[in-house]
Design a binder for this molecule. Structure first.
Ligand code: SF4
Length: 426
């Protein structure tokens, strides 16, 4: 279940029903203040809400002061092994400290940091990593790594509570996706503190994004997790931020900027859809509005499943159609399709989302679409096959299609994978 307690990292609430916060980590040398602030700026543009900086040396702790003062988002100091760096980071104004109580040199040192953090009202993230479990849990780790991870995390929570310090969130990180899922599920049953999610050393942009989407997406859909960090092997930290947002947007936990939907293409494709989709995706990055834009590779299905999109295009060999909310706007030459799509988007945004429709042009576009549909009426396209399969499944289960019938069954939010969060946490 989502955590009950809430902490604040600077101005960002974590847990207790707050929106799942997007965080990431700088990859620069923290002591290089200019490079670090520039990277934070790029991450901020991509939508980061909290940034963590590694503090392995005194000069990094010193640099934090300027970074904290000039950063547009709260800064967490990432500390390992040396608790004095945590103390210095608090003095430098860090909004939070990340600490692994298992590698900081004993409970007394944790106590020293907790005392100073309490005095300065600085929260902490206490973390457990699969690679650094306490010695007494190593045997258990061989037999049951999930139980070992959760036991370590709960022991750290109990230690902090004995120190009368409760202003923290907890993370369990592993390179193993099933273990990450199982351990965080179990942890969420045992504690009510906010949970930070991440897959350690997830990999490259491609494989790491997928691993993170599967691992973190599964947990978030269960309602577990209050802040996420995507770890990718790239110097471009802003890429991690973009992936984090895509995961949250896909689960409808947060809204940020446009959503692009595109057909997978098939042998009916008659234009260079790859380049078109990439161009549209690139241009959409400049928009903050949560508009949904659909790109269909051909017109044989009509507007079909894209009829709910705010805007869309469907292409053919020489011409294409721009549509909005399921209605044709106008037919345009293929070469102008993308430019004209953005003309329509901009016009609509300037009119508070209202789409201006010229009925004559719309009718021409609809007729063009209907003609193509008619000519291809017998084609079993991927979309038609999916619709047929869905229809069969509904008949077998005797249920009504969305929008069909007078009284469709209400969604049971208690069994929805995003129950209680889907609309409340945006
Ligand atoms: S039939 Fe469907 S998948 Fe194939 S190009 Fe047309 S819209 Fe895309």
């Amino acid at each position: 279940m989502a955590s009950k307690r809430q902490i604040w990292v600077g101005s960002v609430p974590i847990g207790g029903g707050a929106p799942v916060a997007v965080q990431s980590m700088t990859k620069t040398e923290t002591a290089n203040v200019q490079a670090t602030l520039e990277q934070i700026g790029r991450m901020h543009e991509a939508g980061v809400e909290i940034v963590r900086c590694a503090v392995p040396r005194d000069e990094d702790a010193t640099a934090l002061k300027t970074i904290v003062e000039q950063s547009p988002v709260p800064i967490i100091a990432d500390i390992h092994f040396n608790h004095t760096l945590a103390l210095k980071a608090i003095d430098a104004g860090a909004h939070a400290i990340r600490l692994n109580p298992g590698n900081i040199g004993g409970a007394e040192k944790v106590a020293e940091v907790a005392e100073k953090a309490t005095k300065h009202k600085v929260p902490m993230r206490i973390g457990v990593n699969s690679g650094s479990l306490p010695k007494h849990l190593r045997e258990l780790e061989k037999k049951n790594p999930v139980e070992a991870l959760v036991t370590a995390a709960v022991e750290f929570v109990e230690l902090m509570e004995r120190l009368h310090y409760e202003d923290f969130k907890v993370s369990i990180k592993s390179t193993n996706v099933p273990n990450t899922i199982a351990s965080n599920r179990l942890l969420a049953e045992k504690i009510d503190y906010p949970i930070h999610l991440g897959i350690t050393e997830a990999g490259t942009k491609w494989s790491g994004s997928l691993k993170s989407a599967v691992g973190l997406g599964t947990l978030l859909a269960d309602g577990v997790g209050d802040t996420i960090r995507i770890s990718l092997s790239t110097f471009h930290a802003e890429e991690e931020v973009k992936v984090a947002w895509e995961i949250l947007k896909a689960l409808q936990l947060r809204e940020k900027g446009p959503v692009l939907i595109a057909c997978p293409t098939c042998g009916r494709l008659q234009f260079d859809m790859d380049a078109t989709v990439q161009e549209i995706e690139r241009r959409l990055e400049a928009y903050d509005e949560p508009i949904e834009v659909a790109v269909l590779g051909c017109a044989v299905n009509g507007i079909g499943e894209a009829s709910n999109a705010d805007f869309g295009i469907t292409g053919a060999k020489n011409e294409g159609l721009i549509f909005a909310h399921g209605k044709a706007i106008r037919k345009v030459p293929q070469k102008e399709l993308v430019d004209q799509l953005f003309v329509e988007i901009d016009k609509s945004l300037a009119r508070d989302g209202q789409v201006e429709i010229d009925e004559t042009q719309s009718a021409e576009g609809a007729a063009w679409l209907a003609k193509i549909e008619e000519e291809n009426a017998g084609d079993l396209t991927p979309e038609k096959l999916a619709a047929l399969e869905a229809q069969k499944a509904r008949e077998a289960d005797d249920i009504t299609a969305p929008g069909e019938g007078s009284d469709p069954a209400p969604i049971d939010e208690s069994v929805s994978p995003v129950a209680g969060r889907r609309f409340a946490r945006n």
